[in-house]
Design a protein around this ligand. Structure first.
Ligand SMILES: [Zn+2]
Length: 465
């Protein structure tokens, strides 16, 4: 099967060009001006006039079916990757979870079972480590060899995912040997729990106080601490879902002194704020950790994206229904499941707020949403670029079309949207995964189980730093 995408503007991280793309089977076979005129034939031609042809977006932070707070994130690998595809995202990297006391292997096997035969587009895994001990440290080496080269640890959530500094340092030392990457959820969970208990004791039980209790300085402190631990271990570190200027300052200072510190932020920290946590219990829809910050953090995060102190935007997609799930926290914000839906809307939000909003170039938009995630997480150049030999994960993107985000029309399996009613400019018209059309003009043409596990390799962080 040969498909020709004709008359579009290819947008890559390093530049744009008017050119056609020929797909042969699952990969890109040729790129050039007016390929049909040079005698190239195809089974199908997609006209991309007036539109961009971009590498499929990559979301390196999702939580399909994550167990949290006595319930599960609602999207399965089927519904979640389907929604991702509608939004132009053709690869996800989800977090497999090691349960306390169990092996990494058991957690990984469970995640493979959730995804295999269900995912619509390609997927990889990171591993959440809940225990750092001799057994799990040895297992890390094996996981790196199997294409799961990153491990997430937490300075938050005492009693659940929390690791102390010694555990974090031991895991970092191990990645120095095996080439893996430690990803950190960096908030001072011990201090947050003290403030949160004080708030509840004072009768402040609404969702708004979830945001109040998790001080930006607690994120800044933990971010600086884990970067310093990584420097001491001589390894790179990646800060997930950075939300606050305090944390960004720590990353920037580290990069300025030459440390291999990397970080992502998420659309919710660029577009939503502490104000959204108000409005009584409705604010539960916006409860995630780190929380939304006051609006004055947002311009600094955008500047961080422009200056490459933030390299990636991912979603932390972790959807819980408002009815029946978020409601577990009525009367005590500490019991609200933490997480938001987002996998479907990232590319359009970043186009609208970033490119249309004049904050980043279209090339930087592609870089943040696709190329940098591919590079950082060992998928490049197979994913993350429109180039000959790469997987034909492609999006024909209309930069002018406007759409209204709504829970009534989104494809995520969750009963609300954080962006209800927001009009965004820019939308995916045709989405291809390894050469096959998955979404065309708002209709699903993909297949459950078509997505494959992406075996990843450790990235060359010295080159990326
Ligand atoms: Zn997460």
């Amino acid at each position: 099967m040969r498909t020709l995408i004709a008359n579009g503007t290819i947008v890559n991280a390093d530049g744009s060009q008017a050119a056609d793309v020929l797909i042969d089977g699952e990969t890109i076979a040729a790129i050039g001006a007016d390929l049909a005129a040079t005698g190239v034939t195809a089974d199908e031609t997609i006209d991309a006039s007036g539109r961009y042809v971009i590498p499929g977006a990559i979301d390196v932070h999702t939580h399909m079916e994550l167990p949290f707070g006595g319930t599960f994130a609602k999207d399965t690998f089927e519904t979640g990757t389907r929604a991702a595809a509608f939004g132009g995202t053709t690869s996800i990297v989800d977090f497999a979870v090691q349960s306390k006391g169990a092996s990494l292997r058991a957690g990984l096997d469970a995640w493979h079972a959730k995804a295999e035969g269900n995912a619509v587009v390609d997927y990889g895994f990171h591993m959440i480590m809940s225990d750092v001990n001799d057994g799990t440290l040895a297992e890390m080496d094996q996981l790196v060899a199997e294409g799961i080269p990153d491990f997430k640890l937490f300075t938050a959530y005492p009693g659940v995912f929390y690791s102390d500094d010694g555990a974090i340092f031991r895991a970092m030392q191990r990645t120095r040997e095996n080439g893996g990457l430690i990803m950190m959820h960096a908030e001072n969970g011990m201090a947050i729990d003290v403030v949160a208990a004080d708030e509840v004791a004072a009768g402040h039980t609404d969702p708004y106080y979830h945001g109040v209790a998790r001080y930006p300085i607690f994120e800044g402190e933990a971010t600086n601490r884990v970067i310093r631990l990584a420097e001491a271990a001589g390894v790179p570190v990646y800060i997930v879902h950075l939300s606050a200027r305090d944390a960004l300052d720590a990353v920037r200072a580290a990069r300025d002194r030459g440390a291999m510190a990397f970080a992502e932020t998420c659309p919710q920290y660029l577009f939503l704020s502490l104000d959204d946590l108000g409005n009584g219990f409705d604010g539960a829809k916006f409860v995630c950790s780190p929380p939304m910050r006051s609006k004055d953090h947002q311009p600094e995060l955008w500047a961080g994206l422009r200056r490459d102190d933030l390299q990636v935007v991912s979603t932390d997609h972790c959807p819980f229904d408002f009815h029946g799930q978020k409601e577990l926290g009525r009367g005590d914000f500490r019991k609200i499941p933490n997480g938001l839906p987002g996998v479907e809307d990232r590319l359009d939000l970043m186009h609208d707020g970033g490119v249309v909003g004049g904050r980043i170039s279209r090339e930087r938009w592609v870089e943040i949403c696709s190329t940098a995630p591919a590079r950082m997480f060992g998928m490049y150049p197979r994913k993350g670029s429109v180039s000959v030999g790469a997987d034909a994960d492609l999006v024909v993107y209309d930069p002018d079309r406007k759409r209204t985000i709504s829970a009534r029309t989104h494809h995520m399996d969750v009963d609300y949207s954080c962006y209800e009613g927001r009009v965004v400019q820019g939308a995916s018209d045709v989405v291809l995964s390894r050469g096959s059309v998955v979404v065309r003009n708002g209709e699903f043409h993909g297949r459950k189980g078509a997505g494959r596990f992406i075996k990843r390799t450790p990235a060359d962080f010295v080159r990326l730093a």
